[in-house]
Design a protein around this ligand. Sequence first.
Ligand SMILES: NC(=O)c1ccc[n+]([C@@H]2O[C@H](COP(=O)([O-])OP(=O)(O)OC[C@H]3O[C@@H](n4cnc5c(N)ncnc54)[C@H](O)[C@@H]3O)[C@@H](O)[C@H]2O)c1
Length: 342
Amino acid sequence: MDKKISIGVIGCGAVADFHAVSILAAENAMLAGFADVRKESAEAFAKKYGAKVFDSVEQMLASPLVDAVCICTPSGFHANTALAALSAGKHILVEKPLAVTVEDCDRVIALAKEKGLTAGVISQFRFSASVQHLRSMLKDGRLGQLITGELLMKYYRSQEYYDSSSWRGTWALDGGSLMNQGIHGVDAMLYLLGPAESVCGYMDTKTHVIEAEDTAVAAVKFKCGALVVIQSTTSAYKGAPRHISIVGTKGSVVITEDTIEKCDVEGFAFEPIAEINKEKNLGHSSPMSISCDGHKFQIRDFADAILTGRAPAVPLTESRRAVALIQGVYESARTGKKIVLE
Ligand SMILES: NC(=O)c1ccc[n+]([C@@H]2O[C@H](COP(=O)([O-])OP(=O)(O)OC[C@H]3O[C@@H](n4cnc5c(N)ncnc54)[C@H](O)[C@@H]3O)[C@@H](O)[C@H]2O)c1
C-alpha cells in the first residue's frame, strides 16, 4: 500500500473539525490524533473521530508515529507551536495567518528552511473556482493593463463571538477584522495581482469591545501598477458576501463570494462559473458557515508535497506577504504615514 502521511492536529477548537474531516477524507493521509493545552478538548475530538488523544502538545511532537501536524491554535500562538514542531522534525500546515507579526513569520520561515521540512499555510479562498479562473485570465493578459480593483469584506461578528475566547480581537493573539477575516481576501488579491508596493490605511473599533480594529480601509498600490481599495469590517448589519473586482483596459471581472458575477472582457464569451459552494459559504455572517472543500484540497496537497518533496500549494512566504500587507495597513493607520512594503 502507498505510504500515508500521519498527521496530528494541535488546537482542538472551531477550525479543528475542518482539519480532522479533511485528513480522514485524504487517501494519502491518516489521522494521528489530537493535542490541546486543554486536554479535555483533545479528548472530545479524539472521541468524536475515533483517534488517539495525546497528553500534551510535547507528547505529540515527540511521537515517532506523527509525521506532520496541522496547527489550529489561536493565531498569535502559531509561530511558537510551529517552531516547536519543526524543531521536533515534523512537517507543518499552519492555519491562516502564519503569524500575526512579520517577525514571527520570518522565524518560522527560517527554521523550516534550515530543517528542510515541508511547511504550508491554509488559505483556502484562492483555490475557489472563481479565483482560479480569474487568475488564469490575468496570467493570459486578458484584462489588459491593470488599472484598479476592490476587495470589500463587509462582515458581521457579534460581541458574543469575540467574547467566546479570550484571544479573539486582541492585538497579540488575533488582530481585528482585517487580520482574522479580511486576510482571506487580501491573500486572494496578492495571488491575483502579485506583490503590493505601498499602502495607506485607516482603522477604528466601531461596535465591539475589543482591542483590535473591527473596521479598516486601505488604498494599496500594487507593483503591477493597479491601485486597489480594501475595506474590511465585522460591524456590518447581517454582513454581505465578499466582493472582489479587478478592472483593466480590456475588461473587468467581479467575484461575489465564490461566484464570478460579471465578466466583461474584450473578445471573450463569458461562461458563468458554476460555483459548488455558493449555498455553503456564508462566512460573512457566521464564522463556521464555510465549505470544507478548500481544507480538503490543501490537506491532500500537503501530504502529497511531503511524499514528493515539492512545495505545498501555499508556502509560508505567501502567507507572510498577506501578514505584511495587513501590518502595513495597521502601521499606516497608527502613524498616518504611507507604508512602503518590502
Ligand atoms: N481557514 C479558515 O477559514 C479558518 C476558520 C476559522 C479559524 N481559522 C484559524 O484557526 C485558528 C484557530 O481558530 P479557532 O476558531 O479554531 O479557535 P478556537 O479558540 O475555537 O480553538 C483554539 C484551540 O486551541 C487551543 N490552544 C490554545 N493555545 C494552545 C497551545 N499553545 N497549544 C495547543 N492548543 C492550544 C485552545 O484550547 C482551543 O481548543 C486561528 O488562527 C484562526 O484564524 C481559520
